[in-house]
Design a protein around this ligand. Structure first.
Ligand code: N01
Length: 498
């Protein structure tokens, strides 16, 4: 782990009152933002967290089998390498413990106000400050950082009869660990990233597992391994070895991006990854049902060594008929069959493009983010929004990736935020916001570069596209391009005032 930030005598922020920077959320983005602010000498910071502990998506997603699908050496904060990762792709408890440890070592836990749900925020043009309402009262802040994440609000499907199901039912992000699955008949709805981790983890326990698939996923091998004690000792003793591996992994992931942009490489990738399915699933009808009919990458490309083998087990059945309704004892499909179940697991994803805080964040003229976005989130460099001075959106519009670690994107955004805050102070101003023209041009550049990609044209529907049909989620290039584009603030693109 890295050397902690120097001073250990940070004052605890007031319960309410004024702070320089207020951060919403204590997941990876919120914690990293607070640490980087501290390192830049800005210690007057508070983090509002709606839950009772930190960790964001890695706190909430505690379903069996939950792990990161990016190698842990790459899925680490740049300033906090961890020689003790247990596996190549570490499981959720390790990732959550890592983030808690980093927060503790850098002394930012004391900045967090737990159980504080943000209910709204508005920018006061006279004082050039934000007023933020939490469940226990109000704060004011010079800058407001939204670090509340894209994968924090579960999408519960609107299936008729869902509320009538007689047994336990829960979303993967709200797993009920009190429910013993041993010997139960379990139905899993969904076959995305969460489902393919849950299914092999619970298959050996349950008596019957029925998997409801609407669209099959492309699944490539993960080649996950335990990190031996010797390997960990090597990383501890010679940190450069882990750094070199991180660099290698970074380059390999950047290469993974090629098939997403170039059809010839995509066809090659489809052929190679198709072999994984062919090798692991021998039954032709099951294999046919698991074969995707859209271009690889259109939906998130998944990694698993044990999903297909689990699907071939005698206690597992794959249902591809559409779900028509839920009844107290199971799931009814369009072919009229009732599939009995004692427990219902909703692996149905998240409300990624809905931005739940958008209707309650008010910028200049009282306009909300929801008004400004009209169902399609837009931000300059994914980070700042015209008409919303000193508002920062970590993991904001068009900053997600389908091929590498989003932590590198988020840390680049943080560099942008710090530079902009310093620049604002140097110019004797109080707030900064992108010009409408700069944001418009940036968004146009995103749209033009996404228009012909597999994410927009790959023949699937995915959560990358918002309800207007625009891809407001993904960055269309590699991580390196994001770093080069976003980490340096272009002064001419900003208006400074106050
Ligand atoms: O969600 P998803 P997820 N009836 O939206 C199906 C991250 N993540 O939780 O494809 C029937 O991918 C839906 O079907 P379809 C990662 O970024 C990361 O699995 O829409 N089915 C789909 O199969 C990931 O991409 C890790 O046709 C319904 C599934 O539910 C993101 O989280 C690990 C339905 C939803 O899949 C989301 O993954 C896990 C309905 N009414 C997750 N509604 C890491 O390792 C939905 N579905 C970092």
């Amino acid at each position: 782990m890295s050397a902690p930030t120097s001073s250990a005598t940070l004052p605890t922020p007031p319960a309410h009152g004024h702070v320089r920077v207020l951060i919403v959320g204590s997941g990876f983005s919120g914690i990293a933002m607070a640490i980087h602010l501290r390192r830049a000498g800005i210690e007057d910071v508070v983090i509002l967290e709606r839950a009772a502990s930190l960790g964001g998506t890695w706190r909430d997603n505690a379903y069996p089998g939950c792990a990161c699908d990016v190698e842990s050496v790459l899925y680490s904060l740049s300033f906090a390498p961890n020689p003790d990762w247990s596996r190549t792709f570490s499981p959720q408890p390790d990732i959550r413990a890592y983030l808690e440890r980093v927060a503790r070592e850098h002394d930012v836990v004391r900045l967090i106000r737990f159980n504080e749900n943000v209910t709204g925020a508005h920018f006061d043009e006279r004082s050039t400050r934000w007023t933020i309402s939490g469940s226990s009262g109000d704060w004011t802040a010079d800058a407001l950082v939204l670090a509340n994440g894209a994968l924090s609000d579960p999408r519960i499907p609107t299936l008729p009869g869902l509320q009538d199901f007689a047994g336990p039912k829960f979303h993967t992000a709200q797993w009920d660990h009190r429910v013993a699955l041993a010997g139960q008949r379990v139905a899993v709805i969904g076959t995305g990233a969460s489902a393919i981790q849950v299914i092999p983890a619970i298959q050996p326990l349950v008596s019957q597992l029925t998997v409801f698939q609407r669209t099959p996923s492309w699944v490539m091998p993960r080649w996950d391994r335990a990190n031996s004690a010797r390997r960990r000792a090597l990383y501890r003793r010679f940190p450069l070895t882990q750094k070199a591996l991180r660099l290698l992994q970074y380059v390999r992931h950047e290469a993974l991006f090629v098939p997403f942009r170039h059809p010839w490489a995509r066809r090659f990738a489809e052929a190679v990854i198709g072999l994984h399915l062919r090798y692991q699933v021998r039954d032709p009808s099951l294999r046919a049902a698991l074969t995707p009919h859209y271009a690889i990458g259109c939906k998130r490309l998944l990694l698993s060594d044990d999903y297909y083998p689990a699907m071939t087990q005698p206690n597992v059945s794959l249902v591809t008929a559409a779900i028509t309704r839920i009844v107290p004892n199971g799931v009814v499909t369009a072919d009229g069959r009732t599939h009995d179940a004692d427990v219902l697991v909703l692996a149905t994803g998240f409300r990624v493009t809905d931005w739940l805080l958008a209707p309650v964040i008010r910028g200049r003229g009282g306009r909300t983010l929801a008004d400004a976005w009209q169902g399609s989130p837009k931000a300059y460099m994914g980070t700042t929004v015209t008409g919303f001075p000193n508002l920062f959106t970590l993991m904001g519009p068009n900053t997600a990736l389908g091929h590498s670690s989003v932590l590198m994107m988020m840390e680049t955004q943080i560099r942008h935020v710090l530079q902009l805050l310093a620049l604002t102070a140097r110019r004797g101003a109080r707030v900064a916001e992108p010009t409408a023209e700069a944001q418009k041009q940036f968004v146009r550049w995103m749209d033009e570069n996404l228009a012909t990609t597999v994410w927009n044209r790959g023949g699937c529907s995915s959560w990358y596209l918002d309800r207007t049909g625009r891809n407001s989620t993904l960055w269309p290039f590699g991580v390196g391009r994001f770093r080069r584009t976003v980490s340096r603030v272009r002064v001419g693109d900003y208006l400074f005032s106050g």
